[in-house]
Design a protein around this ligand. Sequence first.
Ligand code: FCB
Length: 457
Amino acid sequence: MEYNGFTKDFVFGSASAAFQIEGAVSADGKGPSIWDKFSNTKGKIRNNDTAEKACDHYHKIEKDVALMKSIGLSAYRFSISWPRIMPDGEGLVNEKGISFYNKLIDELIKNDITPWVTLFHWDLPLALQKKYKGFQNRKVVDLFGEFTRIAVERFGDRVKNWITINEPFEFSCFGHLLGTHAPGLKSPRAYFHVMHNVLLAHGKALRIIKKLSPEAKVGIVISMTPIHPATDTPKDKSAAKIANEFMNDITLMPLYKGRYPEELWKRAVLFRPKIKKGDMDIITSPADFIGLNYYSREKASFKWYIPILKADISGSSTPEKQFIDAEGKQRTSMGWEIYPEGLRECLHHIKETGNNPDIYITETGGAFDDELSPDGTIKDELRTSLLQKYFKAASTAIEEGVNLKGIFLWSLMDNYEWAEGLSKRFGLIYVDYKTQKRTIKDSGYWYKKLIGEICGR
Ligand code: FCB
Protein backbone atom coordinates (compact mmCIF):
# COMPACT_ATOMS: atom_id res chain seq x y z
CA MET A 1 0.00 0.00 0.00
CA GLU A 2 1.30 3.40 -0.98
CA TYR A 3 0.03 5.32 2.04
CA ASN A 4 0.89 3.22 5.06
CA GLY A 5 0.47 6.06 7.52
CA PHE A 6 -3.29 6.36 7.16
CA THR A 7 -5.64 4.30 9.29
CA LYS A 8 -9.38 3.74 9.03
CA ASP A 9 -10.19 6.54 11.47
CA PHE A 10 -8.12 9.14 9.59
CA VAL A 11 -10.29 12.14 8.70
CA PHE A 12 -10.61 12.68 4.95
CA GLY A 13 -12.41 15.94 4.34
CA SER A 14 -12.53 19.01 2.20
CA ALA A 15 -12.75 22.68 3.05
CA SER A 16 -14.39 25.92 1.99
CA ALA A 17 -15.03 29.41 3.36
CA ALA A 18 -18.28 31.36 3.55
CA PHE A 19 -17.31 34.35 1.44
CA GLN A 20 -15.76 32.17 -1.24
CA ILE A 21 -18.81 29.99 -1.94
CA GLU A 22 -22.04 31.26 -0.41
CA GLY A 23 -23.00 34.18 -2.65
CA ALA A 24 -26.28 35.74 -1.46
CA VAL A 25 -24.19 38.56 -0.03
CA SER A 26 -27.13 40.60 1.16
CA ALA A 27 -29.88 37.97 1.34
CA ASP A 28 -32.12 37.50 4.35
CA GLY A 29 -30.71 40.30 6.44
CA LYS A 30 -26.98 39.56 6.05
CA GLY A 31 -24.80 42.58 6.78
CA PRO A 32 -21.83 43.56 4.60
CA SER A 33 -18.34 42.33 5.39
CA ILE A 34 -15.02 44.01 4.67
CA TRP A 35 -14.73 41.62 1.74
CA ASP A 36 -18.02 42.79 0.24
CA LYS A 37 -16.65 46.30 0.23
CA PHE A 38 -13.18 45.38 -1.01
CA SER A 39 -14.40 43.09 -3.80
CA ASN A 40 -16.74 45.81 -5.04
CA THR A 41 -13.92 48.35 -5.25
CA LYS A 42 -12.68 48.73 -8.80
CA GLY A 43 -9.16 47.54 -9.43
CA LYS A 44 -8.79 45.38 -6.33
CA ILE A 45 -9.82 42.03 -7.79
CA ARG A 46 -8.71 40.33 -10.99
CA ASN A 47 -11.26 41.11 -13.72
CA ASN A 48 -13.20 43.05 -11.05
CA ASP A 49 -15.01 39.81 -10.23
CA THR A 50 -17.36 40.09 -7.26
CA ALA A 51 -18.54 37.29 -4.98
CA GLU A 52 -22.21 38.25 -5.32
CA LYS A 53 -23.10 34.83 -6.65
CA ALA A 54 -19.88 32.82 -6.27
CA CYS A 55 -21.09 29.18 -6.07
CA ASP A 56 -24.56 30.20 -4.88
CA HIS A 57 -24.04 27.66 -2.12
CA TYR A 58 -26.53 29.59 0.03
CA HIS A 59 -29.28 28.15 -2.15
CA LYS A 60 -27.72 24.76 -2.83
CA ILE A 61 -27.16 23.05 0.50
CA GLU A 62 -28.78 19.72 -0.37
CA LYS A 63 -27.09 19.46 -3.72
CA ASP A 64 -23.63 20.31 -2.36
CA VAL A 65 -23.88 17.95 0.60
CA ALA A 66 -25.02 15.19 -1.78
CA LEU A 67 -21.85 15.79 -3.81
CA MET A 68 -19.71 15.58 -0.67
CA LYS A 69 -21.39 12.31 0.16
CA SER A 70 -20.82 10.91 -3.29
CA ILE A 71 -17.09 11.63 -2.91
CA GLY A 72 -17.16 9.82 0.43
CA LEU A 73 -15.96 12.70 2.63
CA SER A 74 -16.06 11.99 6.34
CA ALA A 75 -15.79 15.66 7.31
CA TYR A 76 -16.46 19.08 5.85
CA ARG A 77 -14.77 22.27 7.00
CA PHE A 78 -16.74 25.44 6.35
CA SER A 79 -16.83 28.88 7.91
CA ILE A 80 -19.62 30.90 9.41
CA SER A 81 -20.04 34.39 8.03
CA TRP A 82 -20.06 36.62 11.09
CA PRO A 83 -22.17 39.36 9.38
CA ARG A 84 -24.68 36.77 8.18
CA ILE A 85 -25.60 35.91 11.74
CA MET A 86 -24.75 39.32 13.26
CA PRO A 87 -25.24 41.97 10.55
CA ASP A 88 -23.48 44.70 12.57
CA GLY A 89 -20.98 42.38 14.19
CA GLU A 90 -22.48 43.14 17.59
CA GLY A 91 -25.94 43.28 19.09
CA LEU A 92 -28.71 41.94 16.92
CA VAL A 93 -28.73 38.27 15.88
CA ASN A 94 -30.13 37.50 12.42
CA GLU A 95 -32.33 34.42 12.81
CA LYS A 96 -32.43 33.77 9.07
CA GLY A 97 -28.66 33.52 9.01
CA ILE A 98 -28.79 31.11 11.93
CA SER A 99 -31.35 29.00 10.02
CA PHE A 100 -29.04 28.72 7.03
CA TYR A 101 -26.22 27.22 9.12
CA ASN A 102 -28.67 25.03 11.04
CA LYS A 103 -29.87 23.60 7.78
CA LEU A 104 -26.32 23.00 6.53
CA ILE A 105 -25.22 21.34 9.79
CA ASP A 106 -28.30 19.13 9.90
CA GLU A 107 -27.87 18.09 6.30
CA LEU A 108 -24.22 17.16 6.91
CA ILE A 109 -25.04 15.09 9.96
CA LYS A 110 -27.90 13.37 8.16
CA ASN A 111 -25.35 12.32 5.54
CA ASP A 112 -22.79 11.12 8.09
CA ILE A 113 -20.36 13.98 7.39
CA THR A 114 -18.85 15.65 10.46
CA PRO A 115 -19.07 19.45 10.45
CA TRP A 116 -15.86 21.34 11.25
CA VAL A 117 -16.65 24.99 11.74
CA THR A 118 -14.27 27.91 11.28
CA LEU A 119 -15.45 31.00 13.14
CA PHE A 120 -13.35 33.55 11.33
CA HIS A 121 -12.28 33.14 7.72
CA TRP A 122 -11.60 36.84 7.05
CA ASP A 123 -15.10 38.24 6.35
CA LEU A 124 -15.21 40.68 9.26
CA PRO A 125 -18.45 42.66 9.59
CA LEU A 126 -17.86 45.96 7.80
CA ALA A 127 -19.56 47.79 10.66
CA LEU A 128 -16.74 46.74 12.99
CA GLN A 129 -14.10 47.97 10.58
CA LYS A 130 -15.81 51.33 10.34
CA LYS A 131 -16.59 51.77 14.00
CA TYR A 132 -13.49 50.31 15.65
CA LYS A 133 -10.89 49.89 12.86
CA GLY A 134 -11.52 46.17 12.96
CA PHE A 135 -8.99 43.92 14.64
CA GLN A 136 -6.64 46.82 15.19
CA ASN A 137 -8.80 47.48 18.23
CA ARG A 138 -8.92 45.12 21.19
CA LYS A 139 -12.63 45.84 21.51
CA VAL A 140 -13.14 43.62 18.45
CA VAL A 141 -11.39 40.79 20.29
CA ASP A 142 -14.17 40.92 22.88
CA LEU A 143 -16.84 41.16 20.21
CA PHE A 144 -15.39 38.08 18.53
CA GLY A 145 -15.79 36.35 21.88
CA GLU A 146 -19.43 37.36 21.91
CA PHE A 147 -19.95 36.08 18.36
CA THR A 148 -18.25 32.83 19.39
CA ARG A 149 -20.59 32.47 22.36
CA ILE A 150 -23.63 32.86 20.13
CA ALA A 151 -22.30 30.38 17.56
CA VAL A 152 -21.61 27.77 20.25
CA GLU A 153 -24.97 28.33 21.93
CA ARG A 154 -26.81 27.93 18.64
CA PHE A 155 -24.77 25.22 16.93
CA GLY A 156 -22.73 23.57 19.70
CA ASP A 157 -25.26 20.82 20.32
CA ARG A 158 -24.22 19.37 16.94
CA VAL A 159 -20.86 20.96 16.15
CA LYS A 160 -18.03 19.41 18.16
CA ASN A 161 -15.04 20.58 16.12
CA TRP A 162 -14.27 24.28 16.13
CA ILE A 163 -11.58 26.33 14.43
CA THR A 164 -11.25 29.81 15.87
CA ILE A 165 -9.29 31.73 13.23
CA ASN A 166 -8.13 30.92 9.72
CA GLU A 167 -4.55 31.99 9.00
CA PRO A 168 -3.68 34.92 11.27
CA PHE A 169 -0.66 35.71 9.11
CA GLU A 170 -2.46 36.00 5.77
CA PHE A 171 -5.31 38.00 7.26
CA SER A 172 -2.98 40.44 9.00
CA CYS A 173 -0.36 40.69 6.29
CA PHE A 174 -2.34 40.75 3.04
CA GLY A 175 -5.12 42.85 4.53
CA HIS A 176 -3.11 45.33 6.60
CA LEU A 177 0.48 45.41 5.37
CA LEU A 178 0.38 44.63 1.65
CA GLY A 179 -3.15 45.91 1.02
CA THR A 180 -3.96 43.16 -1.47
CA HIS A 181 -6.80 41.77 0.65
CA ALA A 182 -9.59 43.45 2.63
CA PRO A 183 -9.58 45.88 4.32
CA GLY A 184 -6.77 47.00 1.99
CA LEU A 185 -4.45 48.79 4.43
CA LYS A 186 -0.71 49.23 3.98
CA SER A 187 0.46 49.85 7.48
CA PRO A 188 3.18 47.99 9.39
CA ARG A 189 1.60 49.21 12.62
CA ALA A 190 -1.81 47.82 11.68
CA TYR A 191 -0.16 44.56 10.62
CA PHE A 192 1.53 43.89 13.97
CA HIS A 193 -1.47 45.02 16.02
CA VAL A 194 -3.94 42.91 14.07
CA MET A 195 -1.62 39.91 14.30
CA HIS A 196 -1.51 40.13 18.07
CA ASN A 197 -5.22 40.83 18.47
CA VAL A 198 -6.24 37.98 16.21
CA LEU A 199 -4.13 35.58 18.28
CA LEU A 200 -5.77 36.98 21.39
CA ALA A 201 -9.17 36.48 19.77
CA HIS A 202 -8.22 32.84 19.19
CA GLY A 203 -7.31 32.30 22.83
CA LYS A 204 -10.42 34.02 24.13
CA ALA A 205 -12.72 32.12 21.78
CA LEU A 206 -11.04 28.85 22.70
CA ARG A 207 -11.73 29.47 26.38
CA ILE A 208 -15.35 30.40 25.69
CA ILE A 209 -15.96 27.28 23.61
CA LYS A 210 -14.33 25.04 26.24
CA LYS A 211 -16.50 26.56 28.95
CA LEU A 212 -19.74 26.21 27.04
CA SER A 213 -18.98 22.88 25.41
CA PRO A 214 -16.24 21.06 27.33
CA GLU A 215 -16.42 17.99 25.09
CA ALA A 216 -15.76 20.01 21.92
CA LYS A 217 -12.37 20.00 20.21
CA VAL A 218 -10.93 23.43 19.47
CA GLY A 219 -7.96 24.60 17.46
CA ILE A 220 -6.60 27.35 15.26
CA VAL A 221 -5.52 27.14 11.61
CA ILE A 222 -2.17 28.54 10.58
CA SER A 223 -0.57 28.64 7.18
CA MET A 224 3.04 27.64 6.79
CA THR A 225 5.36 28.30 3.90
CA PRO A 226 8.90 27.07 4.44
CA ILE A 227 11.34 29.69 3.25
CA HIS A 228 14.70 28.55 1.97
CA PRO A 229 17.71 30.73 1.16
CA ALA A 230 17.95 31.60 -2.54
CA THR A 231 21.70 30.87 -2.44
CA ASP A 232 24.18 29.50 0.08
CA THR A 233 25.57 32.88 1.01
CA PRO A 234 25.39 33.87 4.70
CA LYS A 235 23.33 36.93 3.76
CA ASP A 236 20.65 34.90 1.99
CA LYS A 237 20.68 32.40 4.82
CA SER A 238 19.97 35.08 7.36
CA ALA A 239 17.34 36.56 5.03
CA ALA A 240 15.60 33.18 5.01
CA LYS A 241 15.81 33.00 8.79
CA ILE A 242 14.07 36.32 9.36
CA ALA A 243 11.57 35.58 6.60
CA ASN A 244 10.63 32.34 8.37
CA GLU A 245 10.10 34.30 11.56
CA PHE A 246 7.91 36.71 9.65
CA MET A 247 5.71 34.19 7.86
CA ASN A 248 5.72 31.10 10.05
CA ASP A 249 7.05 31.49 13.56
CA ILE A 250 5.09 34.69 14.11
CA THR A 251 2.07 32.50 14.78
CA LEU A 252 3.68 29.28 15.95
CA MET A 253 5.94 30.78 18.63
CA PRO A 254 3.30 32.79 20.52
CA LEU A 255 0.84 29.88 20.36
CA TYR A 256 3.27 27.36 21.80
CA LYS A 257 6.03 29.35 23.50
CA GLY A 258 4.19 32.47 24.59
CA ARG A 259 6.56 34.87 22.84
CA TYR A 260 7.14 36.36 19.40
CA PRO A 261 10.23 35.44 17.37
CA GLU A 262 13.03 37.44 18.92
CA GLU A 263 14.84 39.02 16.00
CA LEU A 264 11.67 40.03 14.17
CA TRP A 265 10.17 41.52 17.34
CA LYS A 266 13.34 43.50 17.91
CA ARG A 267 13.28 44.92 14.41
CA ALA A 268 9.56 45.79 14.68
CA VAL A 269 10.06 48.01 17.70
CA LEU A 270 8.38 51.01 16.09
CA PHE A 271 5.27 49.13 15.03
CA ARG A 272 4.58 46.33 17.46
CA PRO A 273 1.75 46.41 20.01
CA LYS A 274 2.11 46.53 23.77
CA ILE A 275 1.71 43.05 25.11
CA LYS A 276 -0.42 43.35 28.21
CA LYS A 277 -0.03 41.19 31.27
CA GLY A 278 -1.99 37.98 30.72
CA ASP A 279 -2.06 38.24 26.91
CA MET A 280 0.35 35.40 26.39
CA ASP A 281 -1.53 33.20 28.87
CA ILE A 282 -4.62 33.68 26.75
CA ILE A 283 -2.78 32.99 23.49
CA THR A 284 -1.15 29.82 24.84
CA SER A 285 -4.44 28.40 26.17
CA PRO A 286 -4.07 24.70 25.41
CA ALA A 287 -5.76 23.78 22.14
CA ASP A 288 -6.87 20.27 21.16
CA PHE A 289 -5.20 20.43 17.78
CA ILE A 290 -3.53 22.73 15.32
CA GLY A 291 -4.62 23.09 11.70
CA LEU A 292 -1.95 23.48 9.03
CA ASN A 293 -2.62 25.02 5.63
CA TYR A 294 0.15 24.09 3.26
CA TYR A 295 0.59 25.05 -0.38
CA SER A 296 4.19 25.77 -1.28
CA ARG A 297 7.58 27.06 -0.29
CA GLU A 298 9.33 30.34 -1.02
CA LYS A 299 12.89 31.52 -1.45
CA ALA A 300 14.45 34.48 0.28
CA SER A 301 17.37 36.64 -0.70
CA PHE A 302 19.01 39.55 1.09
CA LYS A 303 17.78 42.98 -0.02
CA TRP A 304 18.97 45.83 2.16
CA TYR A 305 16.20 48.23 1.11
CA ILE A 306 13.24 46.11 2.23
CA PRO A 307 12.04 47.52 5.56
CA ILE A 308 12.26 45.39 8.71
CA LEU A 309 13.04 42.14 6.92
CA LYS A 310 15.84 43.17 4.58
CA ALA A 311 14.72 40.10 2.70
CA ASP A 312 12.90 39.54 -0.53
CA ILE A 313 10.49 36.62 -0.48
CA SER A 314 9.81 35.74 -4.04
CA GLY A 315 8.91 32.13 -4.61
CA SER A 316 5.48 32.81 -6.05
CA SER A 317 6.32 35.65 -8.39
CA THR A 318 6.59 33.41 -11.42
CA PRO A 319 4.13 34.39 -14.17
CA GLU A 320 0.85 32.53 -14.05
CA LYS A 321 0.07 29.60 -16.28
CA GLN A 322 3.70 28.63 -16.31
CA PHE A 323 3.51 25.11 -15.08
CA ILE A 324 7.20 24.42 -15.48
CA ASP A 325 9.48 27.24 -14.39
CA ALA A 326 12.98 28.16 -15.49
CA GLU A 327 14.48 25.75 -12.97
CA GLY A 328 12.28 22.96 -14.29
CA LYS A 329 10.02 22.99 -11.24
CA GLN A 330 6.31 22.39 -11.53
CA ARG A 331 3.99 25.18 -10.53
CA THR A 332 0.24 25.59 -10.14
CA SER A 333 -1.73 28.33 -11.88
CA MET A 334 -1.21 30.50 -8.79
CA GLY A 335 2.48 30.41 -9.66
CA TRP A 336 3.13 28.29 -6.56
CA GLU A 337 5.85 25.68 -6.75
CA ILE A 338 4.68 22.11 -6.17
CA TYR A 339 6.91 21.05 -3.33
CA PRO A 340 5.69 18.04 -1.31
CA GLU A 341 8.83 17.93 0.83
CA GLY A 342 7.77 21.23 2.37
CA LEU A 343 4.69 19.62 3.83
CA ARG A 344 6.83 17.18 5.79
CA GLU A 345 9.12 19.99 6.83
CA CYS A 346 6.18 21.97 8.25
CA LEU A 347 4.67 18.98 10.01
CA HIS A 348 7.99 18.26 11.71
CA HIS A 349 8.48 21.90 12.63
CA ILE A 350 5.07 21.94 14.34
CA LYS A 351 5.82 18.60 16.01
CA GLU A 352 8.98 20.00 17.53
CA THR A 353 7.68 23.46 18.45
CA GLY A 354 4.36 22.25 19.84
CA ASN A 355 5.53 19.10 21.63
CA ASN A 356 3.93 16.73 19.16
CA PRO A 357 0.37 18.07 19.09
CA ASP A 358 -2.53 16.57 17.14
CA ILE A 359 -2.38 18.11 13.68
CA TYR A 360 -4.92 18.33 10.90
CA ILE A 361 -3.95 19.55 7.46
CA THR A 362 -6.90 21.91 7.17
CA GLU A 363 -6.06 22.97 3.63
CA THR A 364 -3.88 21.70 0.85
CA GLY A 365 -4.37 21.42 -2.88
CA GLY A 366 -3.65 23.33 -6.05
CA ALA A 367 -5.22 25.53 -8.72
CA PHE A 368 -5.04 24.49 -12.34
CA ASP A 369 -6.70 25.70 -15.54
CA ASP A 370 -9.33 22.99 -15.60
CA GLU A 371 -11.64 22.68 -18.55
CA LEU A 372 -14.72 20.67 -19.24
CA SER A 373 -13.94 17.99 -21.88
CA PRO A 374 -16.40 17.36 -24.68
CA ASP A 375 -17.33 14.10 -22.95
CA GLY A 376 -18.39 16.06 -19.87
CA THR A 377 -15.47 15.05 -17.61
CA ILE A 378 -12.65 17.13 -16.14
CA LYS A 379 -9.29 15.54 -16.71
CA ASP A 380 -7.21 17.28 -14.07
CA GLU A 381 -4.23 14.93 -13.97
CA LEU A 382 -1.95 17.68 -12.67
CA ARG A 383 -4.09 18.07 -9.55
CA THR A 384 -4.32 14.32 -8.97
CA SER A 385 -0.58 13.99 -9.28
CA LEU A 386 -0.05 16.89 -6.85
CA LEU A 387 -2.44 15.29 -4.36
CA GLN A 388 -0.74 11.91 -4.65
CA LYS A 389 2.59 13.51 -3.77
CA TYR A 390 1.16 15.52 -0.87
CA PHE A 391 -0.66 12.49 0.55
CA LYS A 392 2.54 10.49 0.28
CA ALA A 393 4.43 13.20 2.18
CA ALA A 394 1.71 13.25 4.83
CA SER A 395 1.73 9.49 5.15
CA THR A 396 5.50 9.46 5.54
CA ALA A 397 5.30 12.12 8.25
CA ILE A 398 2.86 9.94 10.19
CA GLU A 399 5.24 7.00 9.91
CA GLU A 400 7.94 9.32 11.27
CA GLY A 401 5.88 10.04 14.38
CA VAL A 402 3.89 13.16 13.51
CA ASN A 403 0.41 13.07 15.08
CA LEU A 404 -1.41 13.87 11.89
CA LYS A 405 -5.09 12.96 12.23
CA GLY A 406 -6.72 14.20 9.07
CA ILE A 407 -6.58 16.12 5.80
CA PHE A 408 -9.09 18.60 4.39
CA LEU A 409 -8.51 19.33 0.72
CA TRP A 410 -8.80 22.85 -0.55
CA SER A 411 -11.26 23.00 -1.96
CA LEU A 412 -14.57 21.22 -2.16
CA MET A 413 -15.42 23.14 -5.30
CA ASP A 414 -14.01 25.91 -7.48
CA ASN A 415 -14.74 29.22 -5.79
CA TYR A 416 -13.99 32.89 -5.36
CA GLU A 417 -10.24 33.04 -4.76
CA TRP A 418 -10.02 36.41 -2.96
CA ALA A 419 -7.97 38.93 -5.01
CA GLU A 420 -7.86 36.42 -7.88
CA GLY A 421 -11.65 36.48 -8.16
CA LEU A 422 -13.17 33.61 -10.11
CA SER A 423 -10.05 33.03 -12.21
CA LYS A 424 -8.47 30.20 -10.22
CA ARG A 425 -9.87 26.72 -9.89
CA PHE A 426 -8.91 24.80 -6.74
CA GLY A 427 -11.90 22.47 -6.46
CA LEU A 428 -12.45 18.73 -6.49
CA ILE A 429 -15.69 19.80 -8.13
CA TYR A 430 -15.82 22.02 -11.21
CA VAL A 431 -18.28 24.91 -11.08
CA ASP A 432 -19.67 26.56 -14.19
CA TYR A 433 -20.39 30.01 -12.76
CA LYS A 434 -22.94 30.86 -15.46
CA THR A 435 -25.18 27.84 -15.08
CA GLN A 436 -24.04 26.86 -11.58
CA LYS A 437 -23.65 23.31 -12.84
CA ARG A 438 -21.25 21.19 -10.80
CA THR A 439 -19.10 18.35 -12.17
CA ILE A 440 -16.87 16.12 -10.06
CA LYS A 441 -13.33 16.31 -11.46
CA ASP A 442 -11.16 13.23 -12.02
CA SER A 443 -9.18 14.26 -8.92
CA GLY A 444 -12.46 14.06 -6.97
CA TYR A 445 -12.94 10.51 -8.19
CA TRP A 446 -9.36 9.70 -7.26
CA TYR A 447 -10.02 11.02 -3.74
CA LYS A 448 -13.23 9.00 -3.51
CA LYS A 449 -11.32 5.85 -4.39
CA LEU A 450 -8.64 6.56 -1.80
CA ILE A 451 -11.20 7.19 0.92
CA GLY A 452 -13.01 4.03 -0.08
CA GLU A 453 -9.84 1.95 0.11
CA ILE A 454 -8.73 3.29 3.48
CA CYS A 455 -11.99 3.94 5.31
CA GLY A 456 -14.41 1.73 3.44
CA ARG A 457 -16.76 4.67 2.92
C1 FCB B 1 -5.64 30.06 1.86
C2 FCB B 1 -7.02 30.50 2.28
C3 FCB B 1 -8.14 29.87 1.49
C4 FCB B 1 -7.80 29.74 0.02
C5 FCB B 1 -6.44 29.15 -0.18
C6 FCB B 1 -6.05 28.97 -1.62
O1 FCB B 1 -4.72 31.00 2.23
O2 FCB B 1 -7.24 30.16 3.64
O3 FCB B 1 -9.31 30.60 1.74
O4 FCB B 1 -7.97 30.93 -0.61
O5 FCB B 1 -5.47 29.91 0.47
